[in-house]
Write a protein that binds this ligand. Structure first.
Ligand code: NAI
Ligand code: MG
Length: 530
């Protein structure tokens, strides 16, 4: 099943599972100004209250340094809770545990079917805790609760189920090379895998990483982003309850550079690193991998062209443009941050787009009526506001937004922002803003737009809106990117590969391609000669 964010903020996704109530728990969401609070109770309250440690070798332990750090609710700027701050010493311990579990633990002896069963059990457990996890994700990241529930949690469950299925379908092959030899390949797990993930889809990125790694029989050290460590820890708890053997899943919360992240990337006994995040960090990870030439897969940034031809269904394309740039507050690597409009429809499209964007409700993610929440952190809010300044100075025309909404008071919000009159060479059209900022660029014809669309260092995704199937397929073939959507945007499915061309990284996640990332192929020659 495809679980995507199909229609944008106005698609009427929910038959709201959430009952809107006001009660004393509103305080936990930042006080009395909150319009609505979900459901009967705050399901993640117990988890927020207790101490949050590192998961090493099946046990929850404090960091060796004893240090902890704060994680914030970006909608209120208040501290949500504290989390253990893992460092190099903790990474060393986790790698040892993962190595032991890989070489000699029950994990290696388990049948594929048993491994699959554990993964299905984890998926069921996540489903049983769906509302709690959705709340936790929204509080930690800021995203609208409906998106947490219907996108992040739903796709996390799907991903574990999808890869649970793969555990029993791993295959090598026999090859008829020479009749004097019986030759075949074995598909084997790589070993100890380090996974460093970002804050924009904290739980879903954990699932994209853990799912295939576990299905293939690897052991893992997961390093969640420092801004959003909570859902990964809760999934770690659920995994332990499900019975994953000790040392198979280790979770080290902490920071990146000169800390847990770089310790993992540099570690000589880690066989592979999978990373999602900034291209600059990707380069650091790659350099760090040189010591033992560990395998690296990188899923980095994007500056996707979202291309609308004059013959498109304009209303659908308007919704697609909104989904493309404002979903998850624009903090999406495949965000449609460059909107190319064919000249004859430019003005009509813009007036429809602006009207619709004007109706978007911005507010706290816990409010079920919210379409767009805060950016994840003050740092990200400042980065986005800085890019808005840059765009103004470059001469782009501000059509809406362009600032933090004063009426919301606290929280790291940035109003949905659109610039027209953008030239594809401007910084606002070339650099990843990672926020709700759309750059609109007019174009003349398919050749013109193909050239401009590809004039970027990135190549993660793109989209084409047209009723002409020849044009759609021709342009889909020309766009240098790992994903092209035709008359839709931001659809993802665990079965469909995702990844980048050019500086958007390499390696494909999801589908059978993730299996390639987490296995080695061994060729075996058996001499049959008389
Ligand atoms: P980042 O790439 O620095 O952080 C992502 C993860 O990498 C975090 O877990 C972090 O702790 C870790 N990390 C950071 N430096 C590291 C190092 N030297 N060695 C090992 N691990 C390290 O991203 P950041 O700084 O949070 O965001 C900056 C920009 O990156 C964003 O504005 C956005 O443009 C881009 N980004 C792209 C994402 C994507 O999905 N492609 C996700 C998050 C950020
Ligand atoms: Mg960084």
């Amino acid at each position: 099943m495809i679980v995507g964010w199909r229609g944008g903020p106005f698609c009427g996704l929910a038959h709201a599972t959430y009952i809107v109530v006001r009660n004393e728990r509103a305080k936990l969401f930042g006080g009395s100004n909150v319009a609505a609070v979900i459901e009967k109770e705050l399901l993640c309250k117990d988890f927020l209250t207790k101490s949050k440690k590192l998961l090493i070798d099946g046990k929850w332990v404090d960091a060796e340094s004893g240090k902890t750090f704060e994680t914030y609710n970006p909608a209120t700027e208040e501290v949500l809770t504290r989390v253990a701050e893992g460092g190099k010493a903790d990474v060393d311990k986790a790698v040892k545990a993962a190595r032991k579990a890989f070489e000699s633990g029950p994990w290696r002896k388990m049948s594929n079917a048993e491994r699959a069963k554990l993964m299905f059990k984890l998926a069921d457990s996540i489903e049983a805790h769906a509302d709690e996890l959705a709340q936790l994700e929204t509080l930690d990241n800021g995203k609208p609760i409906k998106e947490s529930r219907y996108v992040d949690v739903a796709q996390t469950i799907e991903t574990f189920r999808y890869y649970g299925g793969w555990a029993t379908k791993l295959e090598g092959e026999t090859i008829n090379a020479n009749s004097d030899f019986f030759t075949y390949t074995l598909r084997e797990p790589i070993g100890v895998v380090g996974q460093i993930i970002p804050w924009n889809f904290p739980m879903l990125m954990a699932a994209w990483k853990l799912g295939p790694a576990l299905a293939c029989g690897n052991t893992v050290i997961l390093k969640p982003a420092e801004q959003t460590p909570l859902t990964a820890l809760r999934i770690g708890e659920l995994a332990m309850e499900c019975g994953f053997p000790e040392g198979v899943i280790n979770i080290i919360t902490g920071f990146g550079a000169d800390s847990a992240g770089s310790a993992l990337a540099n570690h000589m006994d880690v066989d592979k690193i999978a990373f999602t995040g900034e291209d600059k960090t990707g380069r650091e990870i790659l350099k760090a991998s040189l010591g033992n030439l560990k395998r690296v897969s990188l899923e980095l940034g994007g500056k996707a062209p979202n291309i609308v031809f004059a013959d498109a269904d304009i209303d659908a394309a308007v919704r697609g443009a909104i989904t493309g740039i404002f979903f998850n507050q624009g903090q999406v690597c495949c965000a449609g941050s460059r909107l190319f409009l064919e000249k004859p429809i430019h003005d009509e499209f813009m007036s429809k787009l602006l009207e619709r964007v004007g109706k978007m409700r911005q507010g706290q993610g816990m409010d079920e009526k919210t379409h767009i929440g805060p950016q994840v952190s003050k740092e990200q809010q400042e980065r986005v506001l800085n890019y808005i300044d840059i765009a103004k100075k470059e001469g782009a025309k501000l059509e809406c937004g362009g600032m933090a909404p004063e009426e919301l008071g606290k929280g790291y919000f940035v109003k949905p922002t659109i610039f027209t009159g953008v030239n594809n060479d401007m910084r606002i059209a070339q650099e990843e803003v990672f926020g709700p900022v759309l750059a609109v660029i007019p174009f003349n014809n398919i050749e013109d737009v193909a050239e401009q669309a590809n004039k970027t260092t990135f190549g993660l995704s793109g989209a084409v809106w047209t009723k002409d199937i020849k044009k759609a397929h021709r342009l889909a073939g020309k766009i240098k990117a790992g994903t092209v959507w035709v008359n839709c945007y931001n659809l993802l499915d665990p079965a469909i590969p995702f990844g980048g061309y050019k500086m958007s990284g390499y390696g494909r996640e999801l589908g059978k391609h993730s299996i390639e990332l987490y296995t080695n192929i061994k060729s075996v020659w058996v001499n049959l000669a008389e």
